[in-house]
Design a protein around this ligand. Structure first.
Ligand code: HXC
Length: 514
């Protein structure tokens, strides 16, 4: 055959496979409001940048009628491309091909692109739209998942791994994402569960919809399995591009820096915290007042809202922000907030992203629920991850810094490089009311006017301890600063920390309170 004919034959072969599960299955996919796997990849990557591999891989299963089934690309598209001009490895499961279920060859396509990403030190993005292990393949499918999980773990902390959930994902199709760094979900489209509603009905006799079992909001708000939530696939892709522009593409690279811009003037840092210390405010306004161009990409926006985490830039460089959120539960630390912050701190540390901590919280949340939910173990994760982190670590105490929370929020004692406090900061073992009731209990009970005495003692306590000067007098705070000086001091501290060289004792690995 002439080369021309060969080329035509190749194009015809490609066109058949690129159709995935065929017109009918594609119609069904589109009717569900979902893009096809191929369209997703093309929409996510830079125009004309996608190069596909292993298009002609076929499954080898010979049981349960599989011998006669041709599965286009074995139900998954894999390849490389660029995003914002930077190289990316990607795979996308195709639900139109046997529900995107994962057989051994399907898995091997994924592990091949994962190996490539790890070797080439580029981010790996997985679009998951799959009913999990291909039931007909049995052990082959399980082996395939095991090989994916192993690679997820090997890549962890070396290259960014991003999972996008764009369909009803079951079993292994959610365990791999759970091992990755960031999980994206889309309203009405994303579903994640270990066992689907039909299995639950068979085994437990309970009827539940896919949405109620594991819809996008369930995972963005309740379980915390999802880090980003969007209303449409296209919005989700924009979020991914923004994240990828902000993070380093391996643990040996820096995030791309951009021309710094001053924060926009509408965020006036002097006016954000109310004069009444009991009044809440949105700590994100403080972050916006500090970051370049007032930009901030929040992670886990809907889950454990009492702590805010995310990326912004200072002087053009990516910084991880961890901030208590007084607007929600007064910004207390609880089990979920600790998990959320601790994992993010480890992410920043693994990828050499400096951490700025903004502190305003009354401590750990007391109560039976929290104690029984394991607040001791969960809360300890924050102590562990801040202590372990060797990236530049800067804390600004905005207002309240009480009790264990003072220590946990990157205190000097856990290795903060720079500790700043605003003049209204209150640093003490507990809030003035609680403290006065305990240490002046006798005087208050014996007073003629208990309330007046309580107020007097609360005031005494505030004057003595609830200020930044006691900590500053001991050198635990490096400088008490005016709010308007904060950005400049952060920029300076980061500049000074550029060549920070900090080491931990040699060990195989630590044993964090998982
Ligand atoms: C083979 C599968 C499949 C699977 C779906 N399909 N899941 N084929 N193996 N795991 C096929 C269906 O038979 C159907 O084929 C097509 O994909 C579309 O599926 P539907 O059921 O029509 O779609 P929908 O109603 O949207 O339901 C999607 C679903 C459901 C919720 C994912 O299909 C489902 O519950 N599947 C099984 C989920 C599951 O339990 N997976 C195993 C997990 S165990 P046709 O030909 O009719 O179009 C696992 C082990 C690893 O993953 C665990 C590691 C820790």
């Amino acid at each position: 055959m002439s080369l021309k004919k060969n080329i035509i034959a190749l194009r015809q072969k490609k066109a058949i496979v690129e159709k995935g599960g065929g017109d009918k299955a594609i119609e069904k996919q589109v009717a569900m409001g979902k893009m096809t796997a191929r369209d997703r990849v093309l929409a996510l990557l830079d125009v004309d940048s996608f190069h596909e591999y292993d298009l002609f891989v076929e499954h080898e299963e010979r049981n349960f009628g599989m011998e006669t089934k041709a599965l286009a690309g074995d139900g998954v598209i894999t390849g490389t491309g660029t995003m914002n001009g930077a190289p990316i490895c990607i795979y996308a499961q195709d639900f139109t091909v046997m529900g995107g279920s994962l057989g051994l060859k399907h898995a091997r396509k994924i592990t091949k692109i994962m190996d490539h990403a790890l070797k080439m030190k580029v981010p790996c993005i997985g679009i998951n739209d799959s009913g999990g292990a291909r039931i007909q393949e049995g052990i082959g499918a399980l082996a395939g998942y095991g090989e994916i999980f192993y690679r997820n773990t090997m890549s962890s902390g070396v290259i960014p791994q991003i999972s996008v959930i764009l369909g009803p994902c079951a079993g292994g199709a959610v365990y791999s994402p759970a091992l990755t760094d960031f999980v994206f979900v889309v309203e009405n489209i994303s579903k994640m569960f270990i066992t689907g509603p039909n299995v639950i009905e068979t085994v437990l006799g309970e009827k539940i919809s896919q949405e109620d079992l594991g819809g996008a909001r369930v995972h963005a708000e309740i379980t915390g399995n999802a880090h980003f939530y969007a209303l449409s696939e296209l919005e989700c892709f924009e979020q991914i591009k923004e994240l990828v522009s902000l993070i380093p593409h391996s643990n040996q690279q820096k995030a791309a820096s951009i021309e710094p811009k001053e924060p926009v003037s509408k965020f006036n840092i002097e006016n954000i915290i109310p004069s009444d210390p009991k009044q809440p405010y949105d700590v994100r306004d403080i972050i916006h007042a500090l970051t370049d161009d007032s930009k901030f990409l929040e992670i886990h926006e809907l889950w454990a809202a009492n702590i805010v985490i995310g990326f912004g830039r200072l002087n053009g460089e990516t910084i991880g922000f961890v901030a208590n959120q007084p607007m929600y539960l007064a910004g207390v630390l609880d089990c979920d907030a600790s998990d959320k912050a601790a994992r993010f701190i480890r992410y920043c540390d693994a990828f050499n992203v400096p951490i700025v901590t903004l502190e305003d919280m009354p401590g750990y949340l007391p109560g039976v629920d929290q104690e029984h939910a394991g607040v001791i173990r969960h809360g300890a994760k924050m102590l562990y991850s801040y202590s372990e982190a060797t990236v530049p670590k800067i804390t600004v105490i905005l207002r309240k810094a009480y009790g264990g929370g003072y220590i946990a929020m990157n205190s000097r004692h856990l290795g903060a490089d720079f500790m700043f406090a605003w003049p209204g900061a209150e640093i003490a073992v507990m809030g003035p009311e609680g403290a006065a009731n305990i240490i002046f209990r006798k005087e208050i009970m014996e007073a003629e006017d208990e309330d007046a005495m309580r107020q007097q003692k609360v005031q005494e306590y505030i004057e003595k301890f609830a200020n930044p000067y006691v900590a500053a007098s001991k050198g635990y705070i490096d400088a008490v600063i005016e709010p308007s000086e904060t950005r400049e001091l952060l920029l300076h501290a980061l500049e000074v920390s550029k060549n920070k060289d900090d080491h931990r004792p040699a060990k195989k690995h630590g044993i964090p309170p998982f």
